[in-house]
Design a protein around this ligand. Structure first.
Ligand SMILES: [Zn+2]
Length: 253
């Protein structure tokens, strides 16, 4: 049977995901239990587990209800146990096997201490670490320097062909900030037009690719943004400092 990745919007801009390899499936960040369970019914699968990209309540707060309904374990990184307690701690794990469903795990501390990227086939589920056109803030238990190292290390090493599936759709807010920094960035302009066209048509934006993000997303472009940051009076001695300065600038914008 075929592999399927299904995405559903909830609240204003959150996304939950269902990954299915034949009859083996996982729910990722089912923050709206009703929508998550309806998606499973529509897809005709019974997930083997709930997997969290990170602990924040808008992603993990529905899991007790989903767990009670399906009788499945909650999996996540134990460093986020301040927000929820996983039944299985994924700390130190590089891969998760749920029957035929095999998910690669990348620990990317920064937005939270236990943030994970989930890589499955050609898809990369990025939670609140990497967004379309931006990155997660560090206001709720995060650490901008750690986030910088995750971007400059782990994320920089990943395949550009991966499709980026984030935990929120903030593209329409993030890309104008990208264009303010780089007014001539055609990739950012085209991506903003693409997401605005989807919104105008009442449909969901298509996933971007990591290569597309590297062309459009300022948090993956800090080494190209030296002048734009310096002209705003930001001290950027090296890429980690530039990333932290950029995160602080976005927080003030
Ligand atoms: Zn979050």
């Amino acid at each position: 049977m075929s592999a399927r990745l299904l995405r559903r919007r909830y609240r204003q801009d959150n996304y939950l995901y269902l990954l299915a390899e034949g009859e083996d499936a996982a729910l990722v960040d089912p923050g709206d239990p009703g929508k998550a369970l309806a998606l499973c019914r529509e897809a005709g699968v019974r997930p083997r587990a709930i997997v969290h990209t990170h602990g924040h309540a808008d992603h993990s707060g529905g899991s007790d209800e989903v767990k009670a309904a399906l009788g499945v374990p909650v999996l996540g990184h134990g460093a986020d146990a301040g927000w929820y307690r996983p039944d299985e701690d994924l700390a130190g794990r590089g891969q998760l096997a749920l029957g035929a469903l095999r998910i690669r795990l990348h620990h990317v501390p920064g937005h939270t201490p236990g943030s994970l990227l989930l890589q499955w086939g050609g898809a990369l589920l990025t939670g609140d670490t990497l967004f379309w056109g931006g990155c997660g803030n560090c206001r709720h238990g995060g650490d901008p320097a750690a986030l910088a190292r995750s971007f400059l290390g782990t994320i920089a090493a990943l395949d550009g062909a991966l499709q980026v599936h984030p935990g929120h759709d903030y593209a329409a807010q993030n890309l104008p900030f990208a264009l303010a920094l780089e007014p001539g960035n055609e990739a950012a302009r085209r991506r903003l037009e693409e997401v605005q066209a989807a919104r105008a048509a009442g449909s969901e934006p298509p996933a971007s690719t990591l290569a597309g993000e590297r062309a459009a997303n300022p948090f993956l472009r800090v080494e190209a943004l030296g002048e734009a940051l310096a002209s705003r009076g930001l001290v950027t001695a090296g890429p980690e400092a530039a990333f932290v300065a950029l995160r602080a600038l976005r927080d003030r914008s």
